[in-house]
Write a protein that binds this ligand. Structure first.
Ligand SMILES: Cc1cc2nc3c(=O)[nH]c(=O)nc-3n(C[C@H](O)[C@H](O)[C@H](O)COP(=O)(O)OP(=O)(O)OC[C@H]3O[C@@H](n4cnc5c(N)ncnc54)[C@H](O)[C@@H]3O)c2cc1C
Length: 628
């Protein structure tokens, strides 16, 4: 069927409820050019779609192309947009969709040699790579997806680091002193022995602050340490207790501010005009980049690493270790063309993330949740399937805390996404159940929130007014309007109308919000003990964001020490094997605090690289190499 030649303006469905404008130029029988305006899309998630698909479609003159892994919605959006142009031109889009796939050239097997091979180009992997390059090491990074970034690209952005001199500029919120007072009177017997000396010092710091009568936002590395420990101390369904490994937690809180400084030096711009926190962080110590989402870190790290000589092999999945004489000597991988890629390396750093997108694996290990649905949503990139944990086991690694899975309470009920709807800092959260009643302290840890949500039927709503809306992260008025139109976010001029839209009794919702506002005035919540408040909910339009818990983070993983070396089941270090980021366990124990993962990945990514450099330096001294 011939087409009417010309340039057609169509729209491709993007992520969320957005649309990308496209210009498709057609001749009578060919697709000549495709231009996609992806400026409204979240950066870093589907960039590869916009680079790769137009080339494949024009090169192969077919719409029968594979979706780009990790960006299925945008891939289908682009194909459907072009199909629409073909239809408008009088062509047969179905015939184009049934054509043969573009021919993939069979690549040749490849071999590389390097100092260090890093498995996974997310936040931890790119950090380790950058740090190694700074120390003159040769690095190859393997990334199984077409695009770098992993879950780090999707992150909301805040990373926790106590920086009291900066935090002092901000006022304490109503309720925050109450939390400190509680810690100040907590009996020392409630604290595990290895944390007691630090806890006593923290109590002294708090007493001094409270006695001063000052009203700034207090913080210290000790408060960060103790909150990480208490927030992570949990008992599973079998009665097993877990809490964060003292040495690892201590290493984290004492090095994370250096990670912020190091990232700043590389080019990440942090917004120092506000101190924030994600849900379940317990304290406002989040350093949030100016640019939205975790892509802010990934593009700076990715660009830096590429510009300074690292080789990043995308579409290349690490499958096995390369062993020589029984010792780890690199990685055997496979690329998307099916060829073998062998990387000989003196050291391997595993930074392949957790297993939050692998529901069968989550269900296999889970000992914390009574039930996890087979079709539960996840906030994770589909790449996050626990490959590094399986690989680690191949090398005899011990695993820790595998049964403790984090559910993100405030996820989209269908897609699992977090940054849809109105996602404010938790001091502005009002969570109501399907009857319009509050059911929990919205400032609590994530597992507490998820358990309360499940007990209230799973689905619940975040209620916000117009002012609260302005504090929402990673959104825009255009995205909000599109979601309201699509029916995934509810908006009304009055609370009564909002209640009707979400099938609640208007009287109940109005009473709930009135009460909540009176608690904000009093700085105290007699119902659920909410421990920090900011805005009241009083100025229309009002919004209701439907939410439901989804799999978010896997706290367990490869056992590591403070050098990020992986520990074997026999308790010994596995030579040449390091792990950093979500693939490693031991820090976050039973429940990770919001904002503590970015803190972890950038800190332990640096530590893994530094350990290798230190080890090599001492080997040089021993062998006399440094004198050459
Ligand atoms: C939606 C969302 C929001 C979040 N928000 C925050 C936040 O605001 N603050 C915070 O502290 N934390 C947040 N987190 C958690 C945090 O983003 C992650 O825990 C963290 O980014 C994990 O980093 P990582 O480097 O360990 O792994 P990732 O960034 O996930 O990277 C792992 C990489 O390894 C690759 N890979 C996997 N297997 C292989 C293989 N076999 N071969 C080669 N490559 C492989 C993957 O493709 C991926 O690119 C959020 C998480 C999500 C999902």
């Amino acid at each position: 069927m011939t087409m009417r030649a010309g340039t057609y303006n169509v729209r491709a469905k993007g992520h969320d409820s957005s649309y990308m404008p496209m210009k498709v130029t057609l001749s009578e029988d060919k697709i000549k050019n495709i231009k996609i305006d992806s400026s409204g899309e979240t950066k870093g998630v589907a960039d590869e779609v916009f680079k790769r698909l137009p080339k494949e479609i024009i090169g192969g003159q077919t719409l029968n192309v594979d979706a780009v892994s990790g960006a299925t919605i945008s891939s289908h959006g682009v194909v459907d947009g072009i199909a629409e142009a073909i239809t408008q031109a009088g062509g047969n889009a179905d015939e184009w969709k049934k054509r043969s796939k573009p021919v993939k050239r069979n690549g040749q097997n490849k071999e590389y040699s390097t100092d260090v091979v890093v498995v996974g180009a997310g936040g931890a992997g790119l950090t380790a790579a950058a740090r190694l390059i700074q120390n003159n090491k040769k690095v190859i990074v393997l990334e199984k997806y077409p695009q770098i970034g992993g879950n780090t690209t999707r992150a909301g952005g805040p990373m926790n680091a106590a920086e009291p001199d900066w935090q002092k500029q901000f006022k304490a919120l109503p309720g925050e002193k109450q939390s400190l007072k509680k810690l100040a009177v907590t009996p020392i017997e409630h604290i595990d022995p290895e944390y007691r000396a630090d806890f006593k010092k923290l109590q002294e710091q708090i007493q001094k602050y409270l006695a001063s009568g000052e009203n700034y936002l207090f913080d210290s590395t000790l408060l960060h340490e103790i909150q990480t420990y208490l927030g992570g101390k949990r008992i599973d369904l079998n009665g097993n207790e877990i809490h964060g490994n003292y040495s690892l937690v201590n290493e984290l809180v004492n090095n994370v501010l250096d990670s912020v400084k190091w990232l700043t030096d590389l080019g990440v711009k942090f917004d120092r005009s506000q101190v924030t926190m994600p849900v379940g962080a317990l304290w406002r110590r989040g350093h949030k980049p100016v640019e939205p989402m975790g892509y802010a870190f990934i593009h700076v790290l990715g660009d830096w690493v590429k510009a300074h000589g690292a080789t990043i092999l995308t579409d290349t999945r690490a499958e096995h270790f390369l062993f020589k004489n029984g010792k780890i000597a690199g990685i055997i991988a496979k690329n998307s063309a099916g060829s073998k890629v062998i990387v000989h390396a003196n050291n391997v750093i595993m930074t392949s993330g957790g297993f939050g997108a692998n529901t069968p694996m989550v269900k296999k290990y889970n000992t914390y949740w009574k039930h996890i649905d087979d079709d539960i949503a996840t906030t994770n990139s589909p790449a996050i399937t626990g490959d590094g944990i399986r690989l680690g086991q191949e090398a005899g690694a011990d695993l820790v805390g595998m049964g403790f899975i984090q559910l993100m309470p405030v996820s989209d009920p269908k897609t699992g996404e977090i940054f849809t709807g109105i996602q404010t800092p938790p001091e502005n959260f009002i969570m109501v159940n399907q009857k319009g009643k509050r059911f929990v302290n919205e400032f609590a840890e994530r597992d507490t929130l998820a358990k309360a949500a499940i007990a209230n039927g799973g689905l619940f709503y975040l209620i916000a007014d117009d002012k609260m809306k302005d504090t929402a992260y990673n959104t825009s008025q255009a995205a909000i309007d599109a979601q309201v139109k699509a029916g995934t976010l509810f908006k009304a001029d009055t609370l009564a109308d909002l209640a009707k839209q979400i099938h609640m009794d208007p009287g109940t919702l109005i009473t709930t919000i009135k009460k909540y506002n009176s608690y904000v005035d009093a700085g105290k919540d007699p119902d659920f003990g909410k421990s920090a408040f900011n805005l009241k909910c009083e100025q229309g339009p009002f919004y209701a964001t439907p939410r439901k818990p989804a799999i978010h983070h896997t706290m367990g993983g490869l056992k590591i020490n403070t050098n990020a070396q992986v520990i074997a089941k026999n308790g010994k270090v596995i030579p040449s094997l390091y792990a950093a980021g979500e693939v490693a366990g031991g820090i976050h124990a039973g429940n990770r605090l919001g904002g503590n993962s970015l803190a972890d990945i950038f800190t332990f990514g640096r530590i893994a690289a530094d350990s290798i450099c230190k080890k090599d330096a001492s080997a040089d001294v021993t062998s006399g190499a440094s004198q050459n």
